[in-house]
Design a protein around this ligand. Structure first.
Ligand code: CA
Length: 231
């Protein structure tokens, strides 16, 4: 059971989402605008956020940036309109962990919220794997096995949960091709979904920037996938 925050200004949709997630045995609070959502986030311990982007007072994208500055690892799923591909890309770049397009299927929404919570809690179920306790500044890239953290020559880089999962997968297969399907398996997403390939490109782009100075690069292997390799 988790404590979820739904931020959605459409009354019907907000009530529907609240009922739906309560049925999945979660506790749910909600707000209809960005400012009251900020208050709730400061007052309560929230496990995950479902965030509509078009909101009155403080829009969803600004709220997402605000959330990322304060609650770095809080899982956030954004809700966007079907035609809003730019919104989805911008949302992922601003640090959303997942997104769902309106109108959505209730079962899919519930499953994605579960996956979001599962990924966020993964470290707790992985106790036999030792985390990196002190980063080694002689290593070009060190990735924590438990927490979404990594270091380049001992300097920490900030990673979201999904970025960390992708980077770990690439490092485990260094100098080998990682396919979109491999990534989808790790992310528990659907590789056949057209939006999934856009999302992956956004994440690869973000990781390339974060890897600058590491001596490692992520190469696009046309038609096959991506490969982490020394530059
Ligand atoms: Ca809206």
């Amino acid at each position: 059971m988790a404590h979820l925050l739904i931020i959605e200004d459409d009354d019907l949709l907000r009530d529907g989402l609240t009922d739906l997630l309560k049925q999945s045995a979660h506790t749910v609070c909600n707000s209809a605008d960005g400012l009251s959502a900020q208050s709730l986030l400061q007052e309560q311990v929230i496990d995950a956020v479902i965030l509509d982007l078009g909101l009155p007072q403080l829009d969803g994208m600004s709220l997402l940036r605000w959330i990322r500055q304060r609650f770095e690892s809080l899982p956030v799923m954004i809700l966007t309109a079907r035609e809003g591909i730019n919104d989805r890309v911008e949302g992922l770049l601003a640090g959303a962990d997942d997104y769902l397009t309106k109108p959505f299927n209730n079962a899919e929404l519930t499953a994605r919220v579960q996956a979001l919570l599962r990924r966020a809690r993964l470290p707790a179920f992985n106790a036999e794997v030792r985390p990196v306790t002190s980063p080694d500044d002689s290593q070009c890239l060190q990735i924590d096995s438990q927490l979404p953290r990594a270091w380049i020559f001992g300097q920490p880089i900030e990673l979201t949960q999904r970025e960390w999962e992708l980077l770990r997968l690439l490092q485990q297969h260094i100098n080998q091709v990682v396919s979109r399907e491999d990534v989808a398996t790790v992310w528990q997403s659907d590789a056949a979904e057209p939006s999934a390939s856009n999302a992956l490109e956004v994440y690869i782009h973000r990781l390339r920037r974060k890897l600058s100075g590491s001596g490692l690069n992520i190469r696009n292997i046309r038609g096959l996938g991506y490969m982490l390799e020394p530059q």
